[in-house]
Design a protein. Structure first.
Length: 137
């Protein structure tokens, strides 16, 4: 007949072993931090200077930290507008005037016309093009 009682002693022993393992891991972390001369809470983090405080106060650190924008949406909209304008603009892509930037719609139309005038590609030509461009199947 199976026993209906829980093995309380075994459960407590396993919990004690788990607690000791966690405590040992924390002790090892503190020992490694101490051996490397780091404070247990980690190195001090530079915080922005509060309004009205001078930078000479010892509560602030000398190192500068990047500040996040409170509202980056205008900058993101300006960036996206610049990129959209570059897609729709005819201009030189390099200083030597060797490469031109063509509006994307015109470039797609040119590629479509070029593909239509070339006719259906043969198997040999398409495999040679794939090898030339480094494409793999």
């Amino acid at each position: 007949m199976p026993e209906d009682r829980l093995p309380v002693a075994r459960i407590l022993l396993a919990a004690l072993a788990l607690t000791c393992g966690i405590a040992a891991a924390i002790g090892v972390v503190f020992a490694v931090l101490g051996a490397r001369g780091l404070p247990p809470g980690g190195p001090a983090v530079a915080r922005p200077v509060p309004p009205g405080a001078s930078r000479a106060e010892p509560s602030t650190l000398a190192q500068a930290t990047p500040m996040l924008q409170a509202a980056p949406q205008p900058d993101l909209a300006r960036y996206r507008a610049e990129k959209a304008h570059a897609l729709d603009e005819l201009a030189w892509a390099d200083a030597a005037h060797a490469t031109a930037r063509v509006p994307i719609r015109e470039a797609m139309a040119l590629m479509e016309a070029r593909a239509a005038s070339a006719g259906p590609p043969s198997a040999v030509a398409s495999s040679q093009a794939a090898v030339a461009t480094g494409a793999t199947r």
